[in-house]
Design a protein around this ligand. Structure first.
Ligand SMILES: NC(=O)c1ccc[n+]([C@@H]2O[C@H](COP(=O)([O-])OP(=O)(O)OC[C@H]3O[C@@H](n4cnc5c(N)ncnc54)[C@H](O)[C@@H]3O)[C@@H](O)[C@H]2O)c1
Length: 372
């Protein structure tokens, strides 16, 4: 039996191609692992009414880690229209499989390293090396949403919340409500994870991202909890910033930052901005990490317009594999893989279209594998 069991979830569109590329480098590294394919994505929504079938949930209960490509998601009406005729009209609701996976397996840390590799023509500034910790299970992604808004809820809000006044007169289908739910426990454990990482990796500062001056209840709780956690790490500096100002400061003075920690939605936005500073979606990688399971993925989606063309940049996925190797404790292989990626970027003769070249997904993977 192999040392590791790894769920292999290509999903849709370019997800399939970038995972094929990731397999090229993993084979070259000779990781002692069984790769267990899992069904996930749009096809399974259309034919079974579930983009994340129960058998894939079961598979994830039996593995050490997973690599996930990308899935296609569509708004509710389009999703209903795409169902096979026998599933239409049954009230099936499409929910993003990756959001569900994060909640089902309590993958509460979303870790997104942001590194400018020397020689990458897409670097906004050379030398950038940030890490984003995004809370991954609650906040506006809690999945508590109403459209149309039930009268019962409107009546209760009318009684409890002064600010609800202007909305109370609207009919149920004239507005919608998405609940932002943040817990003390959820806030504490993501901030703790950020500080622990900072301590372990010799990072100097953690910046807490929020909007507590306006979103007082939830972001206030996040910020206050973060301040309490920070007291346990006197060796690491801490500061905080409103998310809107943060996006501006990140572009103006990116070297003022080191480790960032944020609730779910702000973390998603800030990490995309950061990814763009080091090459964009072809370079953005992500680990969804819980206490028992971790799922590694590129941050990009299925890019339907490029699907089947083998032109997507696989570096994001290969760096996600590097994160997985670290998580499994295979630090030697992780380091070797990162060095190989860095060497190919620096050399510059193999570049995918986003880097200004014409190499294919598998040529990039081959070039990285050849350096191993
Ligand atoms: N985690 C996920 O699976 C995930 C994330 C984002 C979007 N999506 C879904 O993916 C579908 C397409 O969404 P989208 O077009 O907004 O975002 P996307 O990330 O799929 O692609 C946007 C654009 O970015 C570029 N790009 C993305 N990945 C690239 C790569 N590896 N190399 C080079 N260029 C790359 C392409 O130009 C592409 O058209 C939607 O259905 C969306 O819901 C899924």
């Amino acid at each position: 039996m192999a040392k590791y069991r790894i769920a292999w979830l290509p999903g849709d569109g370019i997800g399939v191609e970038v995972l094929e590329a990731a397999k090229v480098v993993l084979d070259r590294l000779a990781l002692d692992a069984d790769y267990l394919p899992g069904d996930i994505g749009w096809e399974f929504w259309c034919t079974e009414g579930d983009a994340f079938p129960e058998r894939t949930v079961d598979l994830l209960k039996r593995v050490d880690a997973a690599v996930f490509g990308a899935i296609t998601s569509k708004p509710a009406k389009d999703a209903e229209a795409a169902l096979v005729p026998e599933l239409k009209g049954r009230g099936l609701l499409y929910r993003s499989p990756i959001v569900r996976m994060r909640q089902l397996f309590d993958l509460y840390v979303c870790l997104r390293p942001i590194k400018a590799y020397p020689g990458n023509p897409l670097n906004y500034r050379d030398g950038l090396d940030l890490v984003v910790f995004r809370e991954n299970t609650e906040d506006l992604y809690a999945g508590v949403e109403f459209s149309p808004v039930p009268r019962e809820l409107a009546d209760t809000l009318g009684k409890l919340a002064k600010g609800f006044g202007p909305f109370a007169k609207l009919s149920p289908d004239e507005y919608a409500i998405s609940c932002k739910i943040n817990t003390k426990r959820g806030s504490e454990r993501i901030v703790r994870a950020a500080f622990e990482f900072a301590r372990r990796h010799g990072r100097r500062k953690v910046t807490v991202v929020h909007k507590a001056n306006v979103v007082r209840a939830t972001d206030g709780l996040f910020l206050e909890t973060a301040k309490q956690v920070a007291k346990l790490y006197p060796d690491i500096a801490v500061d905080d910033a409103n998310v809107d100002a943060m996006t501006m400061w990140l572009l103006k003075n990116p070297f003022n930052y080191d480790v960032l920690v944020a609730p779910n939605l702000y973390g998603d936005i800030v990490s995309d901005l950061c990814a763009q500073m080091v090459g964009g979606l072809g370079f953005g990688c992500s680990g969804n990490i819980g206490d028992k399971l971790a799922v590694f993925e590129p941050t990009h989606g299925s890019a339907p317009k490029h699907a089947g063309l083998y032109k997507a940049n696989p570096i994001a996925t290969i760096l996600a594999v590097k994160m997985m190797l670290d998580w499994l404790g295979e630090t030697g292989k992780a380091q070797a893989l990162e060095q190989a990626v860095a060497a190919v970027i620096k050399d510059g003769s193999v570049r995918t279209y986003d880097m200004g070249g014409s190499s294919t997904t598998l040529e990039m993977a081959g070039a990285i594998a050849a350096r191993l």
